[in-house]
Each structure stands twice: as structure tokens, then as C-alpha cells.
Design a protein around this ligand. Sequence first.
Ligand SMILES: *Cc1c(COP(=O)(O)O)cnc(C)c1O
Length: 413
Amino acid sequence: MNKYKDFDNYLKEYPDENGYFGEYGGAYLPEELIKAFKESDEAYEAICHSAQFINELRRIRKDFQGRPTPVHHCERLSKLFGNCQIYLKREDLNHTGAHKLNHCMGEGLLAKYMGKKKIIAETGAGQHGVAIATAAAYFGMECDVYMGEVDIEKQHPNVIRMKMLGANVVPVSAGLKTLKEACDAAFDAFLREHETAIYCIGSALGPHPFPMMVRDFQSVIGIEAREQFLEMTGIMPDAVCACVGGGSNSLGMFVPFLADPVEIYGIEPLGRGENIGDHAATMKFGTKGRIHGFNTYVLQDEAGEPLPVYSIASGLDYPGVGPEHALLRDLDRVHYDTVSDEEAMEAFFLLSRYEGIIPAIESAHAVAYAIKYAKTHKSGSILACLSGRGDKDIDYVYEKYGCGEQFKLKYDN
Ligand SMILES: *Cc1c(COP(=O)(O)O)cnc(C)c1O
């Protein structure tokens, strides 16, 4: 039990005042940007513990986001594999259909308290862009979302959504015209406009204070889920799990459980397999390095350049991982494992068919792990974070897999 007791003061210890989670994290920024990031850090430290800020955020979560989101017991799905019970925290029912709004509304509120007029962000697949555009519309702020031209082409529906919500989608034509270049362009814009604008990152990543801020705002997931699960069953789950892209829904789920006797599993995408370019399993195959201004594990070549990554879930294909995950593994508190494209797709169809919930493909990775766990444990329970809904994915899935007949045959009879 001692293992868990050590985590009673975890939130006071990590990150330290310079934004380090052990040897990970920090803020490695060009001189000109240090001041701008410090301003966000100081404002967050000053404001985030005030009763006024907390009460306003609570009201937003309840009246606008529709929180608390429920915990669902997957009775039919669990039964397929025996006696171990699978539960889901339903972040797919959060407004806009995923967990990302949890930190975007927090960052938007912080921007309001700081007197900012504009939000600057980058986006890859467009999910973060839509969430931040939603927050900007709510708070009546301008919003510039930097997006590579290749991604703009590929993610048409999300581009339309952002524009309908009133955001400016700024095309980025440098380099490969994808997320990395969009990130650079958003940093440049922030450098020019930091007097009037705030920068909002899409996951528990980037230079301090973002990994901490995003984790704190996302912790609502685990705080609610812990209480709800306890109320439903009278005990703690034996295990919790979540998918890890940058690591925000997972940290939000995990951190409130760190001091409890609960096993914790972070699930990365194994994609098509173990070869370079076929997966985005940073914890499994990465090495210590630096990416986008912070220290963490990175899928990198010998020169320290990020390697190509792939996952069927576009929200999981990042060559780094939030710094706090690196620490939690070193502390031996969170286990990291992988799920392949095929396993995720089987879970996608099983959850749809047996529970009436079509998950995001990202979230299907967590469900697939819960299924693996249920298959190997005769009793007990696992609580998975269902980070988002699958509406955004169905056209792609249908084209590739039809309606999942091949998966259905295996279990129906
Ligand atoms: C973006 C996204 C993820 C991955 O992001 P994390 O920061 O790792 O949580 C997972 N699920 C959904 C539905 C997403 O949109």
C-alpha cells in the first residue's frame, strides 16, 4: 500500500516552481518568448486558486459544458469476456463531443481574467481548433487558429466548424504544411501579439506552464469519475485506463487516483506495428529528449529529429508525450501499454454494438485495453476514459471497415 501513500502530496511536489516533473518538462524557449510564457504562468498561479475563478469555472462546466458527465457500466460488453466489469467515464457527452473543451474553457476563462482580447492556437486534425474556437465564441474573443495547408485540405468539416464559430483559420504553407509548421507559426504570432493575446496549447504538452495548467483543468474528469464510481459501487475500481496522445485526457483521469490503491494504465497507439513510421508509441520506443520546448520521451532519430509517426487515430499520432507521463512511469505509478489499429477497431465496433456508444477511434484504444484487461482478470473492475465520440470518424471507418460485420461474427451467437 505504501506505493500509493507516497502520492498524498504529489500535487504539491509536481511540477516544481520551474515547471519540472522530475527531469522532464521545463520551458526551453527563445529569449523573446520567455516573458510572454511567464505572464501566463504568473497569472495562472495568481488567479486559479481564487474562489471567484473556481466558481465561475464550475458554473461554466455545469451550464455550458453539461458536466458532470456520467459513468456508464458496460454490462453487455463485460459479459462477453466473463466477470470483470468495464465502466466508462463519458467524456464523449461533454459539449463538442470530447474532453478537449475542459481545458479550453479553463484557458479561455484565464484569458478573460488577464484582460486578453484574442486566443492564438495551432491545430492538426482540427479537434483542438474546434474546442478553442468554441471557447473563444463563448467568451467573445477573437481567435486565430494556425493550421497547415495539408491539414486544411484533409480536415474540411473541422475547418468549416471553426469558421462558423467565428475563428480565423490561418493557413500555414511552410515545410510539410502540417502540425509542426502550424505550431511554429502560432508561436511566432504569439511573440508578435502577446500583449493582447493568450496562447492555448492542445494537450498537456509544451513549455511550462501548459502541461500543469492543462492537467489541472482536465482533472475534473478523474475527480468526478472517482466520486461517481464510489457512489455506484461503494469501492474503488481495481484499474483505470485512458488513451495517451499528448496526454491530457489520461492525466485528467489518472491524477485524482494516484493516492488510491488502483492500478493505472496509459495506452499508446501501436498502429500497424513496431516499425518506425507505423506507430506513435513514444513511451515504448522513445528515448529521452526535447521537443517543442520541453524535456520528455521522444520518438527521434540519432540527431534528435522527431521520427515520422502513425496511428489510425489522428489525435494520437504525436512523436512526444506530456512530461508528467514520463515522470509517472519513472515513479513506477502508471503502466504504459499499447493497442494496435486492429484492436482499437474491434473495440470501436463492439462498443457500438453492445453498448450503443460509437466512440472516437482515439478513445477506442482505451476501450480495447479495458477489454484486454477484462479477458485476463476473472473479477474486479476497470474504469476507462471514453475521451470522445465517434461522429467525426464514421465516414472514414465506413470506407475502410464497412459497418464492422467481420467483428460482429466473432462474438454473436
Ligand atoms: C485529441 C484527442 C485525444 C488525444 O489527446 P490527449 O491530449 O492525449 O488526451 C484523445 N481522444 C480524443 C477524442 C481527442 O480528440
